[in-house]
Design a protein around this ligand. Structure first.
Ligand code: ADP
Ligand code: MG
Length: 729
């Protein structure tokens, strides 16, 4: 056996579960211990400074310099008491992960003397040397540098010896260079209008927060095996590998018992997450072998998203201690389910009401219907934009692969609500309603049960499903920063709610009663958005055909999905709501195209390398063994008898040649296409070329390599096989 594969497997066999140092304390005793949260601030700050920071957290108001100094000092003292020596502005550049640049608290003040120092200006604003982060030409165009600015709404935290301060990342000319800033703007937009609409129903509502509960799927692979697979190391996915004999056919993994080493890892990373105030609560095995999921209690979107990014980081660091690698790629292994990150979304008020929870009476149900139906309409009008928000090279493998929702965006609401909407559509007459009709309508609306019967009859094939008291956006990729999907979702809902409110107010001004005006507008929307609703099997071929008839898009790859960013109406939507300027939108389009190109380019390179440097040599080596054996038989037995005796060997020899040639020829063709693509200047042209001419060859290349894998002596195969990666714990 190839030496690296052999020693990796030997290493794995000797592994033991790690001892976990989560102590005897209850979670409630240490939850959020490493965060500078609001209660901590109340303890450390003067009453005035506390009020100012609280208002900044709740209402996004400004923190003046004097109080920023006070807060910075308190934050520093707290962080030092936790063992911190450095601080960093923690931000979310458009590469998809998080970034930080560490500075020490310590400042020399003379020979042999130093103090620990951290002032308001360092808290509020920093200038990271971030010229290497993608900016889509923004900073070149404006010849401006970028800076990070404190986001007080997300608590600072200590990891290791560093105080991390969540920040936004912007160009000096004001354009966002990150995911967080547009998200915060979109959340403010949806809050403003949702708050206004809540006034129709309850004057006590003065704040509405969008909420997010993500469910993170991931794979675990032993570090030693991971290190013996260059493709996993460079691209995060196995570009080669024959499907294991035992895949997920037996379905015994889902909710199966979690092996000891994995449990130890989970306990450890949950402990670390809890210290950071990440409310992780559930864990279970997923469908595929070595695939797992964790989910937290939902939180306000901006915080929930910071927590998800932090969690991905904590997972990776903790996994290293347990000799695991976390694979967050959407499709690390062909033929086995990929990973997603369901985004559960709703809107909650300061009065404790979930606006997507059916109520107890006609009035609260009318409020529920208002937000419910408007969300459906928002998806209807902006399905392509929502599709673009989840587009990535990794997610392209997953969407539409009979395991994840299709690339066609539709909304599932369950049979009860379908009936409710169908009834509403019919029962509201165009002209003035009779008193009887009104009573009946109210009765009908009052009948929506608080707990929906089909809450549990989940349609897992829908990309956007109502699940009783929230919508679940299932098409988000496991490695994604949820901010992109959440920014788009909250923007389009804000836009739709604004339209709704304008129309209802117009009717009210024209003398219509408020409830009737609302109902009539809802009826119009229910009709107009009908084609986006789909209750059937989203995986079926029939749906693709039916969806096409309905005029719904089916954008199967990233470059095509991203084209929507160039549409005039999309530019207007973001601009009008102040979420993204046309320049910012264009920059994002370009950055995402570039991210795509880069990913496919890396995969293509690693495929070429592995094929030529690992697989072909192993195949030839084994072919030589066969040749020697066949020749020996012929030498001893004579040509005719010898050839008959070596029939199998000779067939293998021919087969190996066929696949080695096939593999090498295809790789050469792919390299030629890559070279053609590389000289294209325009990012969009290049992405299309990579998608249509380079990536389109991956399957055929893989076909030959995977055939060779099952033909060649197991002892000479150089790469850990999928069965070893997936079933070795
Ligand atoms: P299930 O596990 O059956 O899918 P849960 O109620 O446990 O349903 O929810 C799954 C995810 O949805 C969790 O992450 C949870 O925090 C989140 N969630 C629940 N309610 C809301 C809400 N109002 N807003 C956003 N997310 C929510
Ligand atoms: Mg779920």
């Amino acid at each position: 056996m190839s030496s690296s594969r052999k020693s990796a497997l030997r290493e794995v066999l000797n592994r033991k579960a790690n001892h976990v140092n989560d102590g005897a304390r209850r979670v409630s005793e240490y939850f959020g211990e490493n965060t500078f949260h609001i209660d901590k601030m109340r303890e450390c700050l003067t009453e005035e400074a506390y009020k100012i920071v609280k208002s900044a957290i709740v209402h996004g108001t400004h923190v003046d310099r004097l109080h920023a100094d006070q807060i910075a000092t308190a934050m520093k003292d707290w962080a030092i008491s936790k063992g911190a020596t450095h601080y960093t502005h923690w931000f979310q550049p458009l590469t998809g992960s998080t970034a930080e640049k560490h500075d020490g608290f310590f400042k020399p003040i003379g020979p042999g003397k130093a103090i620990e120092r951290f002032e308001g200006n360092l808290l509020v604003q920093q200038e990271p040397d971030a010229s290497s982060f993608p900016n889509g030409g923004i900073r070149n165009t404006f010849e401006a540098r970028g800076y990070t600015a404190w986001d007080p709404s997300s608590p600072a935290f200590v990891i290791g010896k560093t105080l991390c301060i969540p920040t936004i990342f912007i160009a000096y000319t004001g354009e966002a260079l990150d995911y967080k800033m547009p998200l915060i703007k979109a959340l403010a937009a949806v809050e403003d209008v949702a708050k206004d609409i809540c006034q129709y129903f309850d004057k006590n509502v003065n704040s509405v927060k969008a909420t997010l509960g993500w469910e993170q799927e991931y794979f675990l692979v032993d570090t030693a095996l991971f290190n013996a697979r260059p493709d996993l190391m460079m691209a995060g996915r196995a570009v080669f590998g024959h499907a294991p004999a035992k895949g997920q056919q037996l379905d015994d993994h889902y909710f199966g018992s979690i092996p000891e080493r994995v449990t130890a890892f989970m306990r450890d990373f949950e402990y670390e997450s809890h210290l950071l105030g990440i409310p992780v609560t559930t864990r279970h095995n997923e469908v595929a072998p070595n695939q797992f999921e964790c989910a937290p209690m939902f939180e306000e979107v901006n915080i929930a998203n910071d927590h998800n990014l932090l969690l991905m980081d904590v997972m990776e660091k903790t996994a290293a201690k347990h000799h695991f690698k976390v694979l967050l790629h959407e499709k690390p292994f062909a033929g086995i389910n990929g990973s997603g990150k369901h985004n559960n979304w709703s809107l909650g008020t300061n009065t404790g009401v979930n606006l997507l929870q059916p109520g107890k009476n006609p009035k609260s149900n009318l409020r529920f219907l208002t937000f419910f139906v408007n969300t459906i309409m928002a998806i209807h009008d902006n399905a392509d934009l929502l599709r673009a928000s989840i587009a990535s090279a990794g997610n392209d493998h997953r969407l539409g692969a009979n395991e994840a929702p299709p690339a066609i965006i539709s909304v599932f609401i369950g049979s009860q609500l379908t009936k409710m909407l169908d009834d509403l559509e019919k029962s509201i007459s165009a002209g003035k309603m009779t008193p009887e009709a009104k009573t009946e309508l109210k009765l009908n609306i009052g009948k929506i049960p608080q707990i929906l019967l089909d809450n549990t009859d989940r349609n897992r094939t829908s990309p956007f499903a109502f699940t009783g008291n929230k919508f679940e956006f299932r098409a988000v990729g496991s490695s994604a920063n949820c901010a992109q999907a959440m920014m788009v979702l909250n923007t389009i809902v804000a836009k739709q709610l604004l339209k709704f409110k304008t129309n209802v107010d117009k009717q009210i001004e024209a003398g219509e009663k408020r409830d009737e005006a609302i109902l009539k507008e809802l009826q119009t929307i229910i009709k107009a958005s009908k084609k986006i609703r789909f209750e059937g099997n989203g995986y079926g071929e029939a749906w693709a055909i039916e969806a096409a008839k309905r005029g719904l898009s089916n954008l199967k790859d990233t470059p095509r999905a991203l084209d929507v960013y160039a549409r005039k109406e999309v530019e207007e939507l973001f601009n009008e709501l102040g979420i993204l300027s046309p320049v910012e939108l264009e920059a994002r389009h370009e950055i995402e195209l570039e991210n795509y190109i880069l990913k496919i380019q890396i995969e293509a390179r690693i495929m070429g390398d592995i094929a030529k440097n690992h697989i072909v040599p192993a195949a030839i080596e084994y072919q030589n063994v066969l040749l020697k054996n066949a020749q020996g038989l012929i030498d001893i037995l004579g040509k005719e008898e010898g050839e008959e005796a070596a029939r199998t060997q000779i067939n293998f020899i021919k087969s190996i040649s066929k696949h080695v040639n096939g593999l090498n020829d295809k790789v050469n063709l792919m390299i030629a296409e890559r070279k053609k693509a590389n000289v294209l200047d325009d990012a969009r042209d290049k992405a299309y070329a990579y998608c249509d001419n380079v990536k389109s060859m991956f399957d055929e290349i893989r076909y030959h390599a995977d055939k060779l894998e099952i033909m060649i002596d197991d002892n000479s195969w150089p790469l850990p096989k999928l069965r070893e990666l997936l079933f070795t714990k």
